[in-house]
Design a protein around this ligand. Sequence first.
Ligand SMILES: [Zn+2]
Length: 409
Amino acid sequence: MQPPIVLHRAPWLLSMAGPVIADGAVVLQDDTIITVGCFHEVKVQFPEAKIVDHPGCVLMPGLINAHIHLELSHLAHLAKDIPGHDFTGWLTTMLAEREKLGVVGPAVEEAMRATLQDQFADGVIAVADIGNTSLNLALIGTFPGLLFPFVEYLGLTRASLVPALKKLGRQDDQVACTAHAPYSTHPELIQALKRRADAFGFLFPIHVAEPAAESDLLCKGRGELARFLRERGFYQDVFQRPGIDFGGSVQYLHSLGVLNEKTICVHGVHVSAEEIGLLRTNRAKVCLCPGSNRFLQVGKAPVAEYLDQGILPALGTDSAASNQELSIWREMRIIAEDHPEIDPYDILRMATVGGAGALGIEGRYGSLTRGRKGHFIAVSGIPEVEKEQEVCEVLVRKGGRRQIQWVRG
Ligand SMILES: [Zn+2]
């Protein structure tokens, strides 16, 4: 016997694969979407369908948080202060506080679990999490959506390279490993991590061009990050290669041969138009973290330039230690505030289609279309919407956790 057909109806449908539909419907069979469209047209096709009404709601795909550090959730107090310190000042405080309060332990694990649950309550269906330990691996079964855990490596000196490569060689084949950032990770370690990720088919998220000081370090061997690393004995002059003039962090990673369709460049604040072209030709993905960028005052990513060059970025919250709220809704609002020229529909696409593309799950999530998973959100509480054009703007401006109800086939 065929599983029953269920038709979910709402005043607004935002499939992210086309325009907003008034009086829309999503038809599910079992846990899969079989069609979407105007209620009256769809109802004719499936007269036997059970109808579930969602009055006053917008039906839309679950959001994607393409970058978080659950392991830093117990350090949320660091982002409660009014920002005012520089990037390395924040790094210093964060590392000291983490040392003091513990890298692992029950309080860390409890904060991780609570933060992950909050993500789902906020309407997030998929999360890419970066950890320095393997604590996030234990959380996979606790999340109703998809959790992509990564174990992050770092270490810039040659002395740290050999033990890091040995540790990587011992790592379980099922565990996805990645590099922290160009400023903190030896280029040979970045390349070894990327080779391993490609060999096992893993994604490769890496922080890129977050503070302006990163390109000062890579290109000139000086600046705020160079001082920070030297003072701690972490610095080794591994960036100055004769004859190679890096224009920035993306060019540096390109020169290492680590940009491809599975590389996710996280932050991407200080990138030139030429570097955006490099990302596009290498089909590399981009994940923006505007809330963290605002808190750490590292600048604003060139969102319009990414879109103009055909790159739809994903969005990520980054960690609770550098962001006052871990909500993709707020990340969308910050993009709208910082870049009023960007169409709210494009901002919603970043949080859904862009995130799904970055995580390689666009066949299951990110849009409401035939064959995708019948697991999405109904957003309530936006009664003032009267026209299709207003739906995206109101969602970006007012969407949030209190309005989310999950729909599951
Ligand atoms: Zn991060």
